[in-house]
Design a binder for this molecule. Structure first.
Ligand code: ADE
Length: 245
């Protein structure tokens, strides 16, 4: 996958994109990452990327001309892809969107700043994306979050397919994990995990995932595919009729 990021702060991306799994994806040639400094697409001597808003008011607006040139320079029309604008006004980023974006051959991120981007830039944008209902200082951290969530889904990036299949947002939360020692600070690992009984372990994990999801994120249970027995169990927990694990 090719990922182009248009930003006024390209240096922010150096460390997050040079470590761990993203680095491995780049080393393996799965990810071709290109950073574009928006100021390089200015034609004025002072390389100004923002201007005052028409109509007055607080804050500055990102100018359309450098944004337009940068997006045209970055987007490779021969690749199936999307231009994304990171903004708190966008559609909420989810694991489902990460899967959709992972099917693209190119993603171009335009990192928003100031009060916003000149409205006409939106003519070149396919999706506006927010990573949550809070306001950050700019669209760089959201672009990093999205790239991270998408790249780890690309074939050949993670070690085993299992870790993708079993993880959270499948759509249940994950069951509790333990490693050695079997007892730590007076807290013991559940016996079933030491039993070597694979079917019982799988049942315990499923049960824990259901309980955890009910307690922490009941909204996710509505989308989960549960067996009739599991729905029954959840209903009994919900009504307090059954307190057992
Ligand atoms: N820019 C500022 N805040 C943001 C957010 N929550 N998501 C995406 N872009 C942003």
């Amino acid at each position: 996958m090719r990922v182009d990021v248009i930003t006024i702060f390209p240096a922010m991306f150096a460390s997050p994109f040079a470590e761990s799994i993203i680095r491995r994806a780049r080393d393996r040639g799965v990810l071709d990452l290109r950073l574009h400094d928006l100021r390089d697409y200015c034609t004025d001597r002072h390389r100004v990327v923002d201007d005052y808003p028409y109509g007055g008011g607080a804050g500055m607006v990102m100018r359309p001309e450098p944004a337009w040139r940068a997006i045209h320079a970055a987007r490779d029309g021969a690749r199936r892809g999307a231009v994304l604008l990171t903004t708190p006004q966008g559609e909420r980023f989810t694991q489902k969107m990460a899967r959709e974006l992972a099917a693209c051959e190119q993603l171009v991120f335009f990192c928003g700043h100031y009060e916003g981007v000149d409205e006409r830039v939106r003519a070149l944008v396919d999706r506006e994306v927010s990573i949550g209902d809070y306001v950050l200082t700019g669209g760089e951290l959201p672009a990093m979050v999205i790239v991270d969530a998408v790249v780890r889904l690309l074939p050949g990036v993670l070690g085993s397919a299992d870790s993708l299949a079993e993880e959270s947002f499948g759509p249940l939360l994950e069951y509790p994990h333990f490693t050695r020692p079997a007892e730590f600070e007076g807290m013991a690992v559940p016996d079933v995990l030491l039993s070597g009984h694979h079917r019982k372990i799988a049942e315990w994990r499923r049960c824990q995932a259901l309980r955890r999801t009910l307690r922490r994120r009941p909204d996710l249970l509505a989308q989960a595919e549960l067996t009739a027995a599991e729905r029954d169990l959840v209903e009994r927990w919900r009504t307090g009729a059954d307190e057992a694990d």
